[in-house]
Design a protein around this ligand. Structure first.
Ligand SMILES: CC(=O)SCCNC(=O)CCNC(=O)[C@H](O)C(C)(C)COP(=O)(O)OP(=O)(O)OC[C@H]1O[C@@H](n2cnc3c(N)ncnc32)[C@H](O)[C@@H]1OP(=O)(O)O
Length: 437
């Protein structure tokens, strides 16, 4: 990667290296220092050796590429050493479900930090622009991230594509679900999730638009093998869902918030259901736990079947609808070609991109079946003009182009084009992403 700050040339050196998990590897200490710098950037505690070892093992499994920006030359006495990066950035590649069972390899950006004493010098801009260019050169059509603040990444062409919300569910007497169980739920030792969580998630990954294949860390957290402090979290419990044929298709892991917390509450650590029945049956189970008045979940879908399955939907108290997955189209024709469009239609899309990666004008022609043709528009007038960030937002069908047109973000040049885009980009079930990274 080039020096991230053109006008500060010579001040910094950028190093890009793979995560290594072997303490005997000469690159190990560079990785541990990098992880400490990330913790510093997110105001977390200094990590102990156990945490570092577990984290780097997981990072290596995910084939994470780490970037550190280092100050050249000496640093003042007593300050953090020159071996501690002033900025961090990491990437890995995972599948994104883009609807109708299609998967697109996405370039995931994570662990972005710039030390306070080096901020607003263009270090992030330098790192991210160089990285997105390299990912495109490598043949990827899509980048993605989850953001700490909503004000940072729009300028780099990322658009919000899925949302999540926090819910508190009253599981007292008024918690009653319509219908009958479609399978069975059994309590299990949470350690089984080390094996079965990835299998169940793989089924969800095939089912759910917006889903991103999970990093290694998730099965460790779901099973309680690692808590926030890096130590095993022995308060984690789990239950498994089996369909009518006895096949495992869902799990929930959860922890009790304690007898000093009222109302008595179970907190969902992870809930993965690979069928509608598994989702409702797991909720039926959660609602039946004795001595518990409330179940909380911070990664709930906004368009939640639970609300429609409850006899009293007001059992759910929802708050904090948040942007979740941000998408960045790197290659417009490749990203469009990858999608399946459920209705027939033709749109000329003019895409602008301040980073010069995804801009241009293309004709999208769908027969409403498997095939979509995307070709460069030869002098045709666009039906819609939009920024790459807005194309990222509408790509999974969770953000309406009609709403973005109303907001003045998308220009509708042909009346009705935004509605046609909404129909074209629709997916078979509401997009939701359960993978934070
Ligand atoms: C995917 C993830 O990892 S999300 C996590 C992001 N990291 C954090 O929130 C940790 C705390 N914050 C930080 O470490 C830093 O402030 C960062 C990474 C957000 C920004 O790094 P910097 O090197 O200061 O950013 P840089 O100087 O390159 O700024 C680039 C542009 O973004 C803008 N910007 C940077 N941070 C912010 C912010 N928090 N809010 C709004 N705008 C911002 C700058 O004003 C600048 O705008 P311009 O180029 O259009 O004029």
């Amino acid at each position: 990667m080039a020096d991230p700050i053109d006008n500060n040339s010579g001040k910094y050196t950028v190093q890009r290296f793979p995560a290594v998990a072997d303490p005997a590897d000469p690159g190990y200490s560079r990785c541990t220092t990098w992880v400490q710098a990330v913790s510093h950037g997110f105001h977390q505690q200094r990590r102990d050796d156990e945490y570092l070892a577990k984290t780097l093992t997981a990072y290596q499994t995910d084939k994470r590429e780490l970037t550190g920006v280092y100050v050249n030359g000496s640093v003042p006495d007593h300050s953090l050493g020159a071996d501690v990066p002033v900025a961090t950035y990491a990437t890995m590649r995972k599948a994104l479900n883009i609807g109708f069972g299609r998967q697109l390899e996405a370039h995931l950006v994570t662990a972005v930090t710039v030390r306070g004493t080096h901020r607003r010098n263009g270090i992030l801009r330098g790192m991210i622009t160089a990285d997105l260019e390299a990912a495109k050169d490598d043949g990827l059509a899509m980048a993605a991230l989850t953001a700490s603040e909503a004000s940072i990444y729009g300028r780099f062409g990322f658009g919000v594509a899925t949302f999540e919300r926090s819910i508190k569910v009253d599981t007292g007497p008024r918690f009653r679900l319509r219908g009958l169980p479609q399978g069975t739920v059994e309590v299990a030792d949470p350690s089984v999730l080390l094996d079965v969580a990835p299998q169940v998630f793989e089924r969800l990954q095939r089912l759910s638009p917006g889903s991103i294949d999970r990093q290694e860390y998730y099965r460790l957290v779901a099973s309680g093998s690692i808590g926030h402090d890096g130590k095993p979290d022995t308060s984690v419990r789990c239950a498994l869902h089996y369909d009518l044929s006895g096949s495992l298709d869902g799990y929930v892991s959860y922890r009790f918030k304690g007898w000093d917390h009222k109302p008595y509450t179970m907190e969902i650590v992870d809930l993965v259901a690979a069928s509608n029945a598994a989702y409702l049956d797991l909720w039926r189970f959660l609602g039946s736990i004795d001595l518990i008045d409330e179940v909380t979940w911070v990664e709930a879908p906004v368009d939640d079947p639970l609300a429609w399955a409850l006899e009293d939907p007001r059992c759910i108290e929802a708050s904090e609808i948040r942007d979740m997955l941000w998408l960045r189209i790197l290659d417009t024709p490749a990203a469009l070609q990858a999608r399946s469009f459920p209705v027939a239609g033709r749109l000329v899309l003019e895409v602008t991109d301040s980073l010069g990666l995804a801009g241009g004008t293309w004709v999208l022609e769908s027969d409403g079946g498997a095939a979509a043709v995307v070709k460069e528009a030869a002098g045709e007038t666009p039906d819609l003009s939009l920024d790459a960030a807005d194309l990222g937002s509408i790509y999974l069908g969770a953000v309406s182009p009609v709403t973005l047109a109303a907001a003045g973000r998308i220009q509708e040049k042909t009346p009705g084009a935004a509605l046609l885009a909404q129909q074209l980009f629709a997916v078979e079930r509401s997009a939701h992403c359960l993978t934070h990274f």
